[in-house]
Design a protein around this ligand. Structure first.
Ligand SMILES: Nc1nc2c(ncn2[C@@H]2O[C@H](COP(=O)(O)OP(=O)(O)OP(=O)(O)O)[C@@H](O)[C@H]2O)c(=O)[nH]1
Ligand SMILES: [Mg+2]
Length: 584
């Protein structure tokens, strides 16, 4: 299917032409038919000589309804510009063309209607000259009369040729269906319609809806008036949503592939063409079928920051249009450069930002994004419209290579400094490092640790930092010498003092795995645990505390916490009568 939007001044014969081509009535409202004027968007379709289908989005020409016109053309990549032979080029001919140009519409046709009323020559010449100056360039022109039917076969043939020129739709792209209508069907619930410009929709799909916490589910799909299990771009579609109240969505909302769009109320954009120096401070941004008031903050000669009155699902590279509703004036097109721009708090930040924006062109640029953002999750980049084809440094984090190298160096320095300031500690806690390096995630710290550094028990230190400070190492050696042959006897408190093992030294030795702490001032050599299990397993099961104490040749001071530790580790199990068994 090929979708084309009409454009042109009021009463120039857009709806009459669509009616003549399709046999369908684009003016849906009784009021429109009574007044002979289109107010809102109309939809009609027909088969072309090639056998392909063309669907029309028929727009109103009256200047009061330009916002409706923009909602119709926003998501549509081709235009049928209609000019009446007897009236020629008129103000909304110009405004509609300016809108198409601002949106960068590159495919179109000119139909000079009412050719039975006047010589179509002058209107054709003027219109082609005006159109040639825009993104549409030189377009084919056909003179037609809906009254006599003259020119209609030629127009159908020209539509076929236009359809053949259009680029193939990006079927693997995410869906962003801008809603142009929503209504309720009795027995089915909420239905929304729109032009599917890319991707595919299937019955059963879950889609994201801005502002809704839960995904919405596609209950039914219609295209060209028929129910279908699937619709592929480009297509006019009607989507029946399960369990979504009608007042939850309307024109300007979008149904989205989940996780693929960033809802933003702040964007930096480049103005297209020759931007007016005196852009008003408030304008309306039109994109897709949405129209949102924005505050404009100039940054560079052709770049501005827009603060949107409500967030929209925008991507880097999106085309949009700024309009001054008060003056009925399309101020120009914009291209989105950044959908998650940094705040401009500091003095000079705006000027610095202008310099950055001067380098951007709206084409997604992974290396550039990483350079500017330094560290970012892959998912966040994808939601900005930046394809990710780089390996994450950790988890789903991507890093600018130079920044990552600097972080690695900084980490080494921090660990060294910590070792100097805390010689008894076996390295710097991972979380302290995360804070010092201002990293958003622990996994980043872990990924930055390279030999000879290593992570042990939640700390980063040199692999050899596990070696104890000399006085502590000596004290542990003496414990080993004195107690090695009676491994379940713990040195008494005063003996520990004699050996120079105060709480800090014991802590250091325990962290280094050189001593095992059972309770305050009750320490054993670390191999005692395995030895104890071996001895206890040799006892008749179950065994009592007293039997264990005797078998281990130790005191209650050691036996009680030792058995409790073995219980906690699952090596022994305590029975209801306080006896224990060794778990095998
Ligand atoms: N004689 C003649 N009249 C035409 C032709 N096309 C349209 N008209 C008449 O022109 C008037 C306006 O036509 P519409 O089709 O409503 O014009 P429109 O461009 O859709 O107008 P809006 O949607 O309000 O912008 C109607 O009275 C039509 O009957 C034509 O080819 N020949
Ligand atoms: Mg009309």
């Amino acid at each position: 299917m090929f979708v084309v939007a009409t454009a042109g001044h009021v009463d120039h014969g857009k709806s009459t032409l669509v009616r003549a081509l399709t046999g369908m009535e684009p003016d849906r409202w009784a009021e429109e038919r009574r007044r002979g004027m289109t107010i809102d968007l109309g939809f009609a379709w027909t088969t072309l000589p090639s056998g392909g289908t063309v669907a029309f989005v028929d727009v109103p020409g009256h200047e009061r309804f330009v916002p409706n016109m923009l909602a119709g053309v926003g998501p549509v990549p081709a235009a049928l510009i209609v000019v009446a032979a007897d009236e020629g080029w008129m103000p909304q001919s110009a405004e509609h063309l300016a809108a198409l140009d601002a949106l960068g519409v590159a495919y179109g046709l000119l139909a000079v209607t009412r050719a039975d009323l006047a010589d179509p020559g002058p209107a054709t010449a003027r219109a082609r000259a005006e159109i040639a100056e825009t993104s549409l360039g030189a377009v084919p022109a056909v003179a037609v009369s809906a009254l006599t039917g003259a020119g209609l076969p030629q127009l159908r043939a020209a539509l076929d040729r236009l359809a053949a020129q259009l680029p193939a739709p990006a079927l693997d792209d995410p869906v962003r269906l801008w809603v142009d209508r929503s209504f309720t069907v009795r027995g089915s619930g909420t239905v929304v319609t729109g032009t599917l410009g890319a991707g595919r929709l299937r019955v059963g799909d879950e889609l994201e809806l801005a502002g809704a916490d839960e995904p919405v589910r596609v209950r039914g799909l219609h295209s060209l008036g028929e129910a279908r299990p699937e619709a592929a771009a480009v297509a006019r579609v009607a989507v029946n949503l399960r369990g979504t109240p009608r007042d939850r969505l309307g024109r300007g909302d979008a149904l989205l592939t989940p996780g693929r769009f960033h809802h933003t109320d702040l964007v930096d954009v480049r103005l297209a063409g020759d931007p007016a120096a005196d852009l008003p401070a408030t304008l309306t941004l039109h994109v897709g079928s949405a129209a949102v008031p924005v505050r404009v903050r100039p940054l560079g000669p052709d770049t501005v920051r827009l603060r949107l009155a409500r967030p929209l699902p925008l991507l880097v590279g999106d085309r949009a249009l700024l309009r001054d509703p008060g003056r009925h004036h399309v101020s120009g097109g914009v291209r989105v450069l950044d959908v998650a721009p940094p705040p401009l708090g500091r003095r000079g930040a705006a000027a610095a930002r202008a310099q950055v924006l001067a380098e951007l062109d709206g084409r997604p640029d992974l290396a550039g994004e990483l350079r500017r953002r330094r560290l970012i999750r892959a998912g966040a980049l994808i939601r900005m419209g930046v394809p990710v084809h780089a390996e994450p440094v950790a988890g789903d984090w991507l890093a600018d290579p130079a920044h990552w190298r600097r972080l690695g160096e900084q980490l080494t320095e921090e660990v060294a400094r910590h070792a100097r300031e805390h010689p008894l500690e076996p390295g710097m806690p991972v979380d302290a490092l995360r804070q010092r390096l201002a990293l958003p995630d622990r996994v980043l710290v872990e990924a930055l640790v390279r030999p000879p550094l290593r992570i042990h028990a939640g700390r980063v230190g040199a692999a050899s930092a596990n070696a104890l400070p000399e006085p502590v190492a000596l004290a542990v050696q003496r414990v080993r010498a004195e107690y090695g042959d009676r491994p379940f006897r713990a040195p008494e408190a005063d003996r520990l003092v004699d050996l120079g093992l105060g709480p800090r030294e014991i802590g250091a030795a325990v962290r280094a795995g050189a001593l095992l702490r059972l309770a305050d001032n009750v320490v054993l050599l670390p191999d005692a645990l395995d030895d104890a299990v071996r001895v206890l397993a040799g006892l008749p099961q179950p065994f009592t505390l007293s039997a264990a104490r005797q078998a281990l040749d130790t005191t209650r001071r050691v036996a009680v916490p030792l058995l409790e530790l073995l219980d906690r580790r699952g090596a022994t199990r305590r029975l209801p009568d306080d006896a224990r068994i060794v778990v095998t």
